[in-house]
Design a binder for this molecule. Structure first.
Ligand SMILES: Nc1ncnc2c1ncn2[C@@H]1O[C@H](COP(=O)(O)OP(=O)(O)OP(=O)(O)O)[C@@H](O)[C@H]1O
Length: 366
């Protein structure tokens, strides 16, 4: 647990980087600091490992004031990942990652074994381990940065814009990777970004800072989107917040509707023509009961659109099992109603747009 108690930082030239920041990053959670450039995100993060010493207040790590004791000891217990990965250019990937275990007293061989293990964990294979950092793509370098921070086995990770130097597609992959790792590792992570989408995607809780280092709101993503405290926060989280919020509302209470279905003539499924309704939009199912296409009232085949995955860990739909996934399915379907499938892709029922919206209204915090 990382607790900021009235932490302030006034730099030597008089600039106020932080003003009485009070908040707690809970154990085993990802806490994101987000806000416009210069609002004090990096300064806050660095007060934790004492790269910045506060001019007022104090930071407590698991109840202990970090300003007491040796900063080097403190830092050995805290993983740190920065933008552009900050790798040592003249050390091979494996040795970059082995650095912290060596500092912690492991033999070179043990440290390399540990490094190989975490590299694999972040999805980098053995051959890459022997390369120099400059021989890696931006996304791979960031992964090495994450691996290096994990190699020390510290319970706390500070991540300062770790994914901002890579393109949007790789960025989302890295975010997914981090969420997967975190599900296993349960670290206490303090993550800085200026990107609200990233904050909302990753954060168990999100702290929105405004310039001058003042905390505007500290809340779980859902609450931030549903009930921003003021114009600054609502402007920052953006206009489409209602839609984004859907991604956080589980669709467990959503009732699926019955749709007419029929065996796809191109497939070899048992005949289910008795359930087909002439003149209506009908779902064509393949031999494994998986929806293949729509059969329109005009008798023609139409694309299915995105499907709503009700359960299972099928990663095909980003918002699987949420109202956003359900609404996407309804809106992207030519039939005006979406198709719901289970984790194995088998037909489960139909999604009615009105039902999704009604649920959303019911779930809105007032
Ligand atoms: N060493 C320093 N001396 C003087 N002012 C500083 C120093 N370091 C940071 N600042 C100022 O403190 C404020 C907060 O800086 P900080 O780097 O924490 O912001 P940030 O939110 O991380 O910004 P960005 O998103 O642009 O990285 C800024 O106004 C910055 O110019």
């Amino acid at each position: 647990m990382i607790e900021f108690r009235d932490v302030g930082k006034r730099f030597a030239d008089g600039t106020v980087g932080l003003e009485a920041l009070s908040m707690t990053a809970r154990e085993g959670e990802i806490t994101v600091l987000v806000g416009p450039s210069g609002c004090g995100k990096t300064t806050s993060l660095r007060t934790v490992n004492r790269m910045v010493e506060p001019t007022s207040g104090a930071v407590y790590l698991d109840g202990r004031d970090v300003s007491r004791g040796d900063p080097a000891d403190l830092r050995r217990g805290i993983g740190y990942v920065i933008q552009q990965a900050g790798l040592f250019p003249h050390r091979r990937v494996i040795d970059n990652v082995a650095t912290v275990p060596v500092l912690k007293g492991l033999s070179r061989r043990e440290a390399r074994a540990r490094a190989a293990e975490v590299l694999e964990r972040v999805g980098l294979d053995g051959a890459l381990a022997q390369r120099w950092p400059a021989q890696l793509s931006g996304g791979q370098q960031q992964r090495v940065g994450v691996a290096r921070a994990l190699a020390g086995d510290a319970p706390v990770l500070l991540m300062d814009e770790p994914f901002s130097a890579v393109d949007p597609v790789v960025r989302v992959e890295l975010q997914d990777e981090l969420l997967r790792l975190q599900a296993d590792l349960g670290k206490t992570i303090l993550f800085v970004t200026h990107d609200i989408d990233e904050a909302i995607r990753l954060g168990d809780r999100v702290a929105v800072l405004r310039v001058g280092g003042r905390l505007a709101q500290f809340a779980p993503p859902d609450e931030l989107l549903a009930a921003p405290v003021d114009d600054f926060v609502s402007g920052f989280v953006g206009r489409d917040r209602g839609y984004r919020r859907l991604g956080f509302v589980p669709a467990t209470a959503l009732r699926l509707v019955d749709l007419p279905t029929r065996a796809d003539a191109n497939g070899d499924s048992p005949d289910s023509t008795d359930r087909a309704v002439p003149g209506e939009w009908t779902v064509l199912l393949d031999g494994s009961e998986r929806p293949a296409a729509w059969l329109g009232p005009d008798g023609a085949r139409h694309e299915l659109g995105s499907v709503y995955v009700t359960d299972g860990d099928d990663a095909a739909a980003d918002a699987a099992g949420t109202l956003r996934g359900a609404l996407d399915a309804a809106l992207s379907s030519p039939a005006g109603r979406g198709v719901a499938v289970d984790g194995a892709g088998r037909y489960r029922g139909g999604v009615d747009t009105d039902a999704v919206l009604a649920l959303l209204d019911r779930s809105s915090p007032s």
